[in-house]
Ligand binder design. Structure first.
Ligand code: SF4
Ligand code: SF4
Length: 369
């Protein structure tokens, strides 16, 4: 009797899931065609058929703490072949969207990110902090002479805002992932700790984009995601190298155009711009193949795009010597970057750590991988 498990369907969850993009969930009649066509699923625990019935029954905990929901790379192959038009890839995407608020620590930030009504407040916070910092640093006046962004925002002022923002993201990501990992262990009765081989295997899959490469219906997604991913990594590396230049070598910005760190940053910006442009163009031109984009999808994609564009424009305005444009653009760029970094565990950006955790969990516990 100790092994008896009582299921607690949650009909309100089914309604929420339908609202979040999984409106066709009830059409599924469990034929398993989706499992047969999914190239990403594991053979010992196939998905997404079982997730469809869990969703129909409203078993939200079985979905929220289910690594398979995050192993799905939204290629759309299952949706293209589903004979009932149940759109399993969109149902899983909706579960992932709802999961972000469920796992978020603190929870209210997850809920705010899911709500269009809270968007202005989320942007207002970094805008207000940066405005106050600019007032403190230079009385909010646009500096004369050569355009040097550190005259407007000294590096120590920037660091005093962005380092706590990044630490907040790291701590809350850790707490959110801990909750997710513990739930996966409880749900699946698999308690193996992540092993080194599983971590290395997942890192290799992510870097090579191996799972995206298996997509057929939405094949171009591989190219867009790969460019955006490596462009972002290059920009992240550039930011850290600029800090090392400043604190270890005493070198100040702006760096010469031929400096290796500058070259890396510019290459990262162009690569990320190309990748995100391609993703947006595909979403607009082929919505049937890419799947319906949610509010959280668009908020993240457009914020990332705006951050890349304002970064490129800030450099262009500086090189062109237009201070009236350069400093406001730079300010806007900082607000967008803060939004992306500090709120990472609550926005769609969190797909990176959640999917990585699910991949490590699945590899640690799989009998076949
Ligand atoms: S989602 Fe579609 S393909 Fe998958 S089991 Fe249900 S009806 Fe079949
Ligand atoms: S969208 Fe692709 S990866 Fe996800 S379940 Fe369907 S076929 Fe598998």
């Amino acid at each position: 009797m100790n092994n008896v498990e009582y299921l607690q369907p949650d009909l309100a969850f089914v309604a929420r899931l339908k609202q979040a993009g999984g409106e066709n969930v009830k059409k599924c009649f469990q034929c398993a065609t989706c499992v047969a066509v999914c190239d990403v699923t594991q053979s010992d625990k196939p998905f997404p058929r079982k997730e469809m019935i869990l969703a129909q029954w409203g078993l939200k905990d079985k979905l929220f703490y289910n690594p398979d929901v995050w192993l799905c790379h939204q290629c759309g192959d299952c949706t293209a072949h589903c004979p009932r038009g149940a759109k399993p890839s969109e149902v899983l995407a909706a579960v992932r969207d709802l999961s972000l608020a469920e796992h978020a620590v603190p929870r209210f930030l997850g809920k705010m990110h899911a709500s269009p009504a809270a968007l202005a407040a989320l942007f207002a916070l970094p805008a207000a902090i940066l405005l106050l910092a600019a007032m403190y640093a230079n009385g909010l006046t646009i500096p004369g002479g050569e355009i040097v962004y550190s005259h407007f925002f000294p590096l120590k002022v920037i660091d005093s805002i962005f380092i706590p923002g990044a630490l907040f993201a790291i701590i809350t990501s850790f707490l959110s992932l801990k909750k997710f990992w513990g739930g996966m262990q409880r749900n699946n009765r698999e308690k193996k700790a992540p092993d080194v081989a599983a971590v290395l295997g997942a890192v290799k899959d992510i870097l090579l984009h191996k799972k995206f490469a298996q997509c057929r219906t939405n094949k171009p997604r591989y190219t867009g995601h790969l460019l955006a991913f490596f462009g972002f990594l290059a920009l992240f590396a550039t930011t850290n190298l600029v800090m090392m230049y400043h604190y270890l070598l005493g070198r100040e910005t702006p760096l010469a155009l031929g400096d290796p760190v500058k070259l890396l940053g510019n290459a990262g910006a162009v690569t990320a711009f190309a990748g995100v442009s391609y993703i947006i163009a595909r979403r607009l031109a082929a919505p049937d193949e890419t799947g319906k984009a949610s509010y959280q999808d668009w908020t993240f994609i457009l914020t990332l795009y705006a951050a890349i564009i304002t970064g490129i424009l800030a450099e262009s305005a500086r090189l062109a010597g237009i201070p009236a444009a350069a400093y406001p653009i730079y300010f806007t760029h900082l607000v967008l970057v803060f939004f992306l970094i500090a709120y990472l565990p609550f926005s769609k950006f969190a797909h990176m750590p959640y999917r990585a955790a699910a991949m490590v969990y699945a590899r640690s516990n799989s009998k076949t991988n």
